[in-house]
Design a protein around this ligand. Structure first.
Ligand code: AMP
Length: 285
């Protein structure tokens, strides 16, 4: 695997690959890699001639400076894991290479960014769209791989691809979890063992909501989940929403919907985590 640090260098490599007819699979990440990332890399390696992964902790998508400063970074370990997973090129640019001058671009995703992550993290999806657009221009992938763990991000990226006419397929893979049910996340590295145990309650809350989905209103389920999680000492619930999986808009009567996304965000101590689960109410026993 080759490590490339300059945008201009990855651009030349990609141009040569495209000229020789190779298909390119791309996995954008912020590093501190875990099995959730590596499943995307393995899938890209199986489905494309060449796999490119990027590691870039993108400052423009952080609305909290501490979250950016404390975001786990482990480039050496990540490099070894990527090579093992079948990645051909790691693109790991510097901030000045990605942002030679302060970005003033503004994206709007309408109602999609008025809810959940969009509402609670001002500017977050603008930063995501800025960096993803730039990466797509540099890497020119045929397929780009994302995780369901960041469900709203996938919806934003799909809208970006349609809106700007990127000629690529967005591929989404399910959330990989720890044995406890906790969704794998780079930010989990910031939790101590007690907090990690408490964080697993987020998945328990989703399972608890799932069994109520057929017969209760969204408001009643939200009340139940808020009361359930209020018992977890270091957990501060930010939101629990029942939403349409494509538009992310609230679904007040989930029992009547074909499919809903149960989405949750909470602080465990100082660390903010998100999770979600897609459920077909008609099939819940
Ligand atoms: P990040 O490095 O957190 O920006 O994530 C890079 C990509 O990996 C995104 O598409 C995430 O949705 C995906 N991802 C992160 N955690 C998981 C997980 N536990 N399961 C599946 N995909 C994940």
């Amino acid at each position: 695997m080759q490590v490339i640090e300059q945008g201009s260098a990855i651009r030349s490599i990609v141009q040569a690959l495209r000229c020789s007819g190779k298909s390119i699979g791309f996995v954008p990440t912020m590093g501190a890699l875990h099995e959730g990332h590596l499943q995307l890399v393995r899938a890209a390696a199986l489905q494309n001639d060449v796999t490119i992964c990027s590691i870039f902790v993108n400052p423009t998508q952080f609305n909290n400076p501490d979250d950016y400063k404390l975001y786990p970074r482990s480039l050496e370990q990540d490099t070894a894991a990527l090579a093992e997973a079948g990645c051909h090129y790691l693109f790991a640019p510097s901030t000045s290479d990605m942002y030679p001058e302060q970005s003033v671009l503004r994206f709007s995703f309408g109602v999609l960014e008025e809810v959940m992550e969009g509402a609670h993290r001002p500017g977050h999806f603008n930063g995501v769209a800025t960096v993803v657009s730039k990466l797509f221009h540099l890497v020119q992938p045929h397929r780009a791989y994302f995780g369901q763990k960041d469900l709203q991000q996938v919806a934003v990226v799909r809208q970006l691809v349609i809106g700007l006419g990127f000629d690529l397929e967005v591929v989404c893979y399910p959330t990989i979890r720890e044995a406890s049910g906790l969704a794998m996340s780079s930010r989990n590295k910031r939790l101590n063992s007690e907090q990690r145990e408490q964080a697993a309650q987020l998945h328990q809350a989703l399972l608890r909501a799932q069994v109520q989905i057929k017969n209760k209103s969204a408001a009643a389920i939200q009340d139940d989940i808020a009361a359930y999680l209020a018992e977890v000492p270091q957990l501060q619930l930010e939101y629990f929403e029942i939403a349409d999986p494509a538009t992310l808009q609230p679904v007040p009567n989930p029992g009547a919907a074909a499919e809903v996304a149960l989405c949750i965000a909470a602080y465990i101590g100082p660390v903010r985590l998100i999770d979600n689960m897609i459920v077909k109410p008609g099939q819940v026993i």
